[in-house]
Design a protein around this ligand. Structure first.
Ligand code: 4AD
Ligand code: MG
Length: 476
């Protein structure tokens, strides 16, 4: 008999049909009721065992997380919460899970504990819900951009250029670490290395995406990104996924419009694709909020918040205006901010969150940052002080998107690169885009895990990627 997935069975199963299902046992109660899950949905299928006519040894092996194949007849469910269940006719154990050794119990485990069991945590409701929402968001990204006629572009993962100029990169080499070739000065001689030069894992596909935009018009990348920043926070990973659209003939306003439209589309798409998972995560979020101090609690539930963001315009203001707002704010006047506020500072997450959560109570797009705290490639404003940058700030998260209009003037870009010590020998090709048919263009980067955090209501970025990579942490 052909296997049917539990999601399809629960949605379309007809009473009286004979079916085969396969999955992992979530729970086995009263020697009679198996809650079976196969990962296709958060909902379990109830399979009712006729224990009087079932071998006792077999019954003992029906333990949490054992893999089984079950044949049975679909009947109307007696229990609440589900319309159908199956009466077991044949049950085969595909793989035992010895209850004395299996580390996860059918109860609530802490997320920290589950992180140490990354190979088993998708068997839990919460993690499987997160991974399904993650999948829907990834699909939604491709759908959104393809519907708009953007080309999906694969940019290199191994790169010789440091797009963000932050220098926090992972070196890629196949040298023997104990005995690398040396130059006469005693330095490692990367000319002898695999690529004939020093290369790193990419921190961003943007520079190459600009090549795409300046020929194909509108492109996007969606790939893994690596940063060796030593930030052990709930918002940072050493390996994360980023979506980077890059568009010819877009100015900063067009860029902001696209970013806002994309985020709203993604939220709506996840709500449409994963209603059951999000309902579960909404309840989990509500539970979590109860445990927090009053002033840290979110006013809205998870689903309410998603709906609110999808239906309301984001607030747009300049960095300079934001600094004024922060200086007028209560926490500033009362000295409650840990970091000082003054024009020129890089906003700290406490400042960003104040703007989003207290002042405007909705997502905020800040523009026109001081040029000295932003990358070399951003378009310079006429004031000589600021650049056409934009950051999208979200409740509970802070920065979710960073982007800008790009400097299209060859001379201005070259001058800025020299000022900031960005080597032009490495980026000669990037400069040439400004020499041959330059044009206004813009783009941004969305941190994929940060949007997954927002949509799932999870609190730590390590719980929204299957195998997190962070300082001192690369198990699995
Ligand atoms: O602001 P960032 O550094 O911008 C860029 O990389 C540009 N090249 C993007 C562009 O204009 N094409 O990073 C973009 C986003 C951030 O807003 C954040 O959401 C996410 O990437 N991000 C991280 N996410 C997880 N862990 C980290 N260590 C991250 N660093 C940045
Ligand atoms: Mg940024």
């Amino acid at each position: 008999m052909k296997r049917i997935k539990i999601k399809d069975l629960l949605a379309h199963g007809e009473v009286g049909a004979k079916v085969t299902v396969k999955g992992w046992i979530r729970t086995f109660r009263s020697n009679r009721f198996i809650a079976l899950n196969d990962g296709s949905t958060i909902n379990n299928l109830q399979a009712v065992v006729d224990f009087e006519n079932t071998d006792e040894d077999l019954l003992k092996r029906l333990t949490t997380s054992a893999a089984v194949a079950i044949e049975g007849e679909v009947v109307e469910s007696q229990g609440k919460g589900q319309s159908i269940e199956i009466v077991v006719e044949k049950i085969e154990i595909l793989g035992d899970a010895d209850p004395d050794e299996y580390p996860l119990q059918p109860k609530r485990h802490s997320l920290e504990f589950l992180r140490e069991k990354a190979h088993l945590r998708p068997r839990t409701q919460v993690m499987s819900a997160v991974y399904r929402v993650r999948n829907a968001l990834a699909y939604g990204i491709h759908k959104f951009f393809n519907e708009k006629g953007f080309l999906y572009m694969h940019t290199p993962i191994i790169t010789g250029s440091d797009a963000e100029g932050a220098g926090e990169m992972f070196r890629v080499t196949n040298f023997d670490p104990l005995n690398p070739p040396k130059t006469e000065d005693g330095e490692v001689d990367y000319k002898e290395d695999f690529f004939g030069k020093a290369v790193n894992l990419s921190v961003s596909g943007q520079l190459e995406a600009e090549v795409g935009a300046m020929s194909m018009g509108e492109v996007y990348t969606f790939g893994p990104t690596f940063r060796a920043e030593n930030s052990n926070t709930s918002r940072h990973l050493a390996e994360f996924w980023m979506i980077e659209p890059e568009m010819a003939f877009y100015d900063l306003d067009d860029n902001m419009d696209l970013a806002e439209e994309m985020i709203k589309y993604l939220i709506d798409f996840a709500m449409e694709q994963c209603p059951d998972d999000l309902k579960f995560l909404d309840q989990r979020y509500a539970q979590e909020q109860k445990g927090k101090p009053q002033n840290e609690r979110s006013d809205l539930g998870l689903l309410e918040r998603l709906d609110f963001v999808s239906k309301n315009d984001f607030e747009r203001l300049t960095y300079t205006e934001a600094i004024e707002v922060l200086k007028r704010s209560k926490p500033f006047k009362k000295g409650k901010f840990k970091y000082d506020v003054d024009w020129g500072i890089d906003l700290q997450s406490e400042h960003e969150r104040y703007l989003v959560e207290k002042e405007y109570k909705k997502p905020v797009i800040l523009t026109d940052y001081p040029k000295d705290i932003k990358s070399f490639y951003m378009k310079q404003n006429d004031d000589g002080k600021t650049v056409r940058a934009m950051d999208v700030l979200f409740p509970g998260i802070g920065e979710i998107i960073g982007g800008s209009q790009r400097e299209e003037s060859y001379d201005k870009l070259l001058t800025r690169m020299n000022e900031m010590g960005v080597p032009q020998e490495e980026l000669w090709w990037y400069l040439e885009l400004r020499k041959f048919g330059t044009a206004p263009h813009s783009g941004f980067g969305l941190g994929f895990e940060r949007i997954v955090l927002f949509v799932t209501g999870m609190g730590n970025i390590r719980d929204v990627i299957p195998f997190p990579r962070a300082p001192k942490s690369a198990e699995f």
